[in-house]
Design a protein around this ligand. Structure first.
Ligand code: LER
Ligand code: MN
Length: 270
């Protein structure tokens, strides 16, 4: 089981040296806890010395399986669905920066919160069409750079579009790009999917899955709530899933404690 955990690097606020220092100490800690990678949640990847990052990750034999892009919407307010064309274009331009970084680090790029929220004074149909055409443009950029995009269904309390796995699979099939895969997040699965048939459905669509996020029912460390991780993880294991499982939780009481407890619990299952 390839295991990673999500962390930021604070690249927008720190100087370059501190970013590299932070990445290096993360690698050291996570290697000692038997992790295989670090998923990076970034805001401005172009501010990071990517060659140094590669040098460090290689020296620890760690991977950067994916890059999170949601802060583009949270911090900059740029989104795929925005009805203001200039804002929508800014969102795509930001994704281009992530793709450039991902091409070097051999990471995948997540399309989640960057879809944005529907505005109260606009039409959902219009925003949905914008999301689709933005995604198509990003697929084209990803294809040219040989980078994979990961489309993440996110629960209805955080976002207005593509809350369920089936809606997302339908979209991925409609777009039909070899560089667009599905990201399944256990927390959103728990909130949005029908417990009666979710396990069978996951078996059906597992071949579309390029990355997995793990958090328990309260978005704390796996094993701290009542999500059925045994069944969930074994579905993918039995079907030969060879991509990463990435812990993405509220880092409380601390990143170290979550990283330690999650690895201990998850390694007992797989
Ligand atoms: C991002 O991966 C995610 O799961 C969202 O809920 C953002 O917090
Ligand atoms: Mn997630």
């Amino acid at each position: 089981m390839l295991l990673s955990i999500v962390s930021g690097l604070n690249e927008s606020k720190s100087n370059g040296k501190d970013v590299i220092k932070k990445f290096s100490s993360l690698c050291q800690l996570l290697k000692s806890l038997n992790y295989d990678g670090i998923e990076l949640s970034l805001l401005e990847p172009e501010k990071i010395d990517v060659n140094k990052i590669i040098e460090i990750k290689d020296s620890y034999e760690m991977e950067i399986p994916a890059l999170g892009t949601g802060s583009t919407f949270i911090r900059f307010g740029y989104s795929f669905g925005d009805t203001q064309e200039s804002i929508r274009i800014k969102a795509i331009e930001r994704i281009e920066k992530y793709i450039e970084f991902a091409r070097e680090t051999q990471s995948k790029v997540i399309i989640g919160l960057i879809r944005g929220r529907y505005k109260y004074d606009s039409s959902p149909q219009k925003e949905r069409l914008n999301i689709i055409s933005s995604l198509k443009e990003c697929c084209w950029l990803a294809e040219n750079s040989n980078v994979q995009l990961l489309f993440e269904p996110i629960n209805r309390f955080e976002i207005d579009s593509y809350n369920t796995i089936s809606q997302s699979v339908e979209l991925i099939e409609e777009i039909g790009s070899n560089n667009l895969k599905l990201l399944v997040d256990s927390f959103h699965t728990y909130l949005e999917e029908d417990t009666a048939n979710i396990w069978d459905y996951l078996k059906e669509i597992a071949h579309n899955v390029g990355h997995i996020h793990l958090a328990d029912t309260t978005r704390r460390a796996p094993g701290s709530g009542h999500f059925d991780f045994k069944t969930f993880l074994n579905i993918f294991k039995d079907l030969g899933y060879a991509e990463f499982f990435s812990v993405e939780t509220i880092m409380n009481p601390s990143f170290e404690v979550i990283a330690k407890n999650s690895a201990k619990y998850l390694r007992t299952i797989l």
